[in-house]
Design a protein around this ligand. Structure first.
Ligand code: NAP
Ligand code: MG
Length: 501
């Protein structure tokens, strides 16, 4: 554990942290009508970083009003090619401010610096540029129809793709900037306007991003950022009758609340929720690649990752070798502050989250699983927990069924079961987000992948994420897809027009 070094923080990051953090509504920075603020902490030191505004339902009203006005204002008149250029300018701003954004993400969320840098460059910038390129390619179709009824004669029918309208975006704390961009990029490419509600634990990069949005020439009111609590600002946004769509990433529990909140005006809803993803390792897997792959699948972002591969099913022939390899990797992580570049394993997001994960570890022990390594808090400042591995896990144990959202890997064995029998065990969960298959046999790989009930399956890697690959959950892991063309589609509606000659 190395947390003690002097942290290197740039002047610009310090200046931003010391500045006043306001709400961004209608192109203006404003205090909340509540007059209240929320403290924001560094989870690796427990030090306070800043105070942000606690937005209210009145602030949400103003933000939605600004977004509604902007939807039919200047934004709607900007040609799609120019919309693309604006999004490219926003990407340029991210590149120009890359080191501040990376430092802020590490301080606020706790992730290792290399991961923050990788995700901002490879996902943030790429996502914006990918969707910028889509903007001028949004178009409808002409449709041949059967004459008759009112269309008795020559006619032409065509469809247009229109922005769905005012979008409310509610995001979690585990990859704050990437989720902000994942919502904004396709929404803006489609011509929508947005009210963004960041997570109360990690609002800083979204606020900094607000300044970049301001500089990039996006008209006032197109993007509005309201920090605040889920049960106040988030709930007001989800219930708002003038919001056309909510895009939500977070827990399945809150996702269900969003659905009931959407009922009053039947707004459209996209949900990216929790996961408990299986990792299936056959006895012909290349262990040199599989061992680090399995370790990363679970321990990436300290397991606070919706796609985390937390349930490993491994053939008994290679069980011991896999366990010992993954254990060595788990024990080789450098735990500590993400701004110290040699560290590659950060803290959990909060004391509440750490307590929750420790409760699950105790339950695992009580239910009879074998604790192979980890299982302890790291006793220093910050919410650190050791990477933890359980073997002899049974499908009915709570650690095998429930999303822990921490660094806890559960390993089960199979022998000469059929692919269908393995799939039955792998699919025995209410979730269906991700999964992976590790084998040298291409037929086994594809057959197994086809049997896994999830929105995404990877073969010989885990959680292949790319701007162009649709991503989303089956079962209680969500509604709809993000990324790729399907991600854009969810911000568009189709209008059919028929003309009679
Ligand atoms: P969360 O508690 O569901 O919070 C997500 C967001 O919803 C936060 O901004 C939160 O505000 C807000 N919120 C809370 N209650 C609300 C309400 N009643 N109405 C409207 N908004 C409300 O989730 P989390 O703990 O931040 O994130 C962890 C979860 O996200 C995990 O289950 C994980 O699997 C899931 N996740 C899924 C994906 C995916 O793509 N499928 C990706 C990442 C994470 P506050 O911050 O104030 O609570
Ligand atoms: Mg924080």
């Amino acid at each position: 554990m190395s947390n003690k070094h002097e942290l290197k923080i740039s002047e610009e990051t310090k200046n931003f942290l010391e500045s006043e953090h306001l709400l961004y509504i209608g192109g203006e920075w404003k205090p909340s009508t509540s007059g209240e603020t929320i403290p924001v902490f560094d989870p690796a030191t427990e030090d306070k970083l800043a105070d942000v505004q606690s937005g209210t339902d009145k602030d949400i009203d103003s933000a939605v009003e600004a977004a509604r006005e902007a939807l039919s204002g200047e934004w709607s008149k900007i040609p799609s090619h120019d919309r693309a250029q604006i999004l490219h300018r926003l990407s340029d701003e991210i590149e120009a401010n890359f080191s501040v954004l990376s430092e802020l993400e590490v301080l606020d969320n706790g992730m290792p610096l290399q991961l923050a840098q990788y995700s901002i460059a490879s996902h943030g910038v790429t996502l914006l540029r990918y969707y910028a390129s889509w903007a001028p390619k949004i178009h409808g179709k002409t449709i041949p129809v059967s004459p008759g009824g009112v269309m008795n004669g020559d006619s032409l029918t065509y469809t247009k793709r229109e922005p769905i309208g005012v979008v409310g975006a509610i995001i979690p704390w585990n990859s704050p900037l990437i989720f902000a961009i994942l919502k904004l990029a396709p929404a803006l490419a489609a011509g929508c306007t947005v009210v963004l509600k960041p997570a109360e634990l990690t609002p800083l990069t979204a606020l900094y991003f607000g300044h970049l949005i301001e500089r990039s020439g996006i008209p006032k009111g197109v993007v509005n950022i309201v920090t605040g609590l889920g049960e106040t600002a988030g709930d007001a946004l989800a219930k708002h009758d003038d919001v056309d769509k909510i895009t939500f990433t977070g827990s399945t529990e809150v996702g269900k609340k969003i659905v009931s909140s959407s009922i009053s005006n039947l707004k459209k809803v996209t949900l990216e929720l929790g996961g408990k993803s299986p990792v299936i390792v056959f006895d012909d897997a290349d262990l040199e690649k599989t061992i680090p792959g399995v370790a990363r699948a679970c321990f990436f972002l300290q397991g606070q990752n919706c796609m985390a591969g937390t349930r490993v099913f491994v053939h008994e022939e290679i069980h011991d070798e896999l366990v010992s390899g993954v254990r060595s990797m788990a024990e080789s992580f450098h735990i500590g502050h993400g701004l110290i570049e040699t560290n590659d394993f950060g803290p959990l997001i909060s004391e509440d989250q750490r307590k929750r994960v420790m409760r699950y570890i105790q339950q695992g022990v009580d239910e009879g699983a074998t604790l192979v390594c980890g299982g302890n808090e790291v006793n220093d400042k910050g919410y650190f927990i050791e990477p933890t591995i359980f073997t002899d896990v049974k499908g009915d144990m709570s650690i095998a069924k429930e999303e822990i959202f921490g660094p806890v890997l559960c390993i089960e064995k199979f022998s000469n079961d059929t692919l269908e029998e393995i799939a039955k065990r792998a699919n025995e969960t209410t979730y269906g987000l991700s999964g992976s298959v590790w084998t040298s046999d291409i037929t086994t790989g594809h057959r197994m992948a086809a049997l896994i009930d999830s929105g995404q399956v990877s073969i010989n890697c885990h959680a292949a994420v790319d701007s162009a690959i649709p991503f989303g959950g089956n079962k209680q892991s969500g509604w709809g897809r993000e990324f790729g063309e399907e991600g854009l589609d969810s911000y568009l509606k189709t209008k059919a027009t028929t003309v009679m000659y």
